[in-house]
Design a protein around this ligand. Structure first.
Ligand SMILES: NC(=O)c1ccc[n+]([C@@H]2O[C@H](COP(=O)([O-])OP(=O)(O)OC[C@H]3O[C@@H](n4cnc5c(N)ncnc54)[C@H](OP(=O)(O)O)[C@@H]3O)[C@@H](O)[C@H]2O)c1
Length: 266
C-alpha cells in the first residue's frame, strides 16, 4: 500500500508540456516540477517567454528544457519528440495544453481562421499524441492529458464554433486513444477548464477592463462556486491526473469549472 500523499509524487518522471511557456501550460509545468518531475516545455515562442519559464521552473530543483516547436508542423513535432528522447531518454507524461482561442461570429468566420483553430487545437494535439505516443508504446507506459474546454460541453452565442468543434474533437481523440493504447499501459484523459483568470482569459482579473464588464458578471453569475479558476486549480488537477493518484482513471473528462457547465441557470 502507498501512503496517500506519496501517490501524488512525480519523482523520476519526465513531463512534456506543449505551450508550457505561459498561461495554463506554465502552471501545469510548475505543478509537475514541484511534485518532482523533470520538464520539457515547448511552443513557437513568438512572445519570447520560454527562456524565462525555464529559469523559473528550474528553481524547483528539477531539470527543465525548452523546445521550439509549432505543433501544426508535423516535422517540428517529430523533432520535438526526438529531442525529448535524446535529452531525457523517455517521456512519462505529455500535457497537450497548446491551443488558440480565436472567436468571431460564424457567418463571417473565414476558412483560414477555421483551419488555423482546428489545425492547432485538434490536429496539433493529435500529432503530439502520435509522436510522443510512439515512445510511450515502446516504453509500455505513459500518461497523456489533453486540454479540452467547457466549450467542448456547452454552446455560447458569441462566436465559439471553431473553438468548440476543436475542443469536443479532443474528447473523441482522448477516448479513442485511451481505448486503443490502454494495452500499452498508457492512460489518456481530458481536462476541461472553465473560466480561468489566467492565460487567454487573464482579463478576468481586471475588473475595470471593458472585456470584464461585458462578460465577467454574467459568467460569475452562472458559476455556482462564485469565483474564476486560478493557476492553483490547474496545478491540482494536472498533478492528480499526471500521478499515481489517478492510476485507474483513463478516457475521463475532468471538468474544472466551479460547476459552470452543469448549471441550468435557474
Ligand atoms: N484560460 C482559460 O480560461 C481556458 C479555458 C478553457 C480551456 N483553455 C485551454 O487551455 C489551453 C491553454 O490556454 P491558455 O489560456 O493558457 O492560453 P494562452 O495563454 O494563450 O497560451 C496558449 C499557449 O499555446 C501555445 N501555442 C499556441 N499555438 C501554438 C502552436 N501552433 N504550436 C505550439 N504552441 C502553440 C502558446 O505558445 P507560443 O505562443 O509560444 O507558441 C502558449 O504557450 C488551451 O488549449 C485553451 O484552449 C483555457
Amino acid at each position: 500500500m502507498t501512503q496517500a500523499l506519496d501517490l501524488f509524487k512525480l519523482d523520476e518522471k519526465v513531463a512534456v508540456v506543449t505551450g508550457g511557456g505561459r498561461g495554463l501550460g506554465y502552471y501545469s509545468a510548475e505543478g509537475m516540477a514541484e511534485a518532482g518531475a523533470d520538464i520539457a516545455i515547448c511552443g513557437r515562442d513568438i512572445h519570447g517567454k520560454l527562456d524565462d519559464a525555464v529559469k523559473k521552473l528550474k528553481k524547483n530543483g528539477r531539470d527543465c528544457i525548452k523546445i521550439k516547436c509549432d505543433i501544426t508542423k508535423e516535422e517540428e513535432v517529430k523533432q520535438m519528440a526526438k529531442t525529448v528522447k535524446d535529452y531525457y531518454g523517455k517521456c512519462d507524461i505529455l500535457v497537450n495544453n497548446a491551443g488558440v482561442g480565436d472567436m468571431a461570429p460564424s457567418k463571417t468566420y473565414s476558412l483560414s481562421r477555421w483551419n488555423n483553430t482546428i489545425n492547432t487545437n485538434l490536429t496539433g494535439t493529435f500529432l503530439c499524441c502520435r509522436e510522443i505516443g510512439k515512445m510511450m508504446i515502446k516504453q509500455k507506459s505513459g500518461n497523456i492529458i489533453n486540454f479540452s474546454s467547457e466549450n467542448g460541453q456547452v454552446g455560447f452565442s458569441t462566436g465559439f464554433t471553431a473553438y468548440a468543434t476543436s475542443k469536443i474533437g479532443i474528447i473523441g481523440l482522448t477516448r479513442s486513444l485511451a481505448v486503443e493504447w490502454g494495452k500499452y499501459n498508457i492512460r489518456v484523459n481530458a481536462i476541461l477548464p472553465g473560466n480561468m483568470e489566467v492565460g487567454m482569459m487573464e482579463f478576468l482579473q481586471d475588473k475595470e477592463s471593458s472585456m470584464y464588464e461585458m462578460i465577467g458578471p454574467p459568467l460569475l453569475n452562472l458559476t455556482p462556486i462564485k469565483r474564476f479558476g486560478s493557476g492553483d486549480d490547474i496545478k491540482g488537477a494536472i498533478v492528480f491526473l499526471a500521478s499515481k493518484a489517478s492510476d485507474y482513471i483513463s478516457g475521463a473528462k475532468i471538468v474544472l469549472d466551479g460547476g459552470f457547465t452543469i448549471n441550468a441557470g435557474l
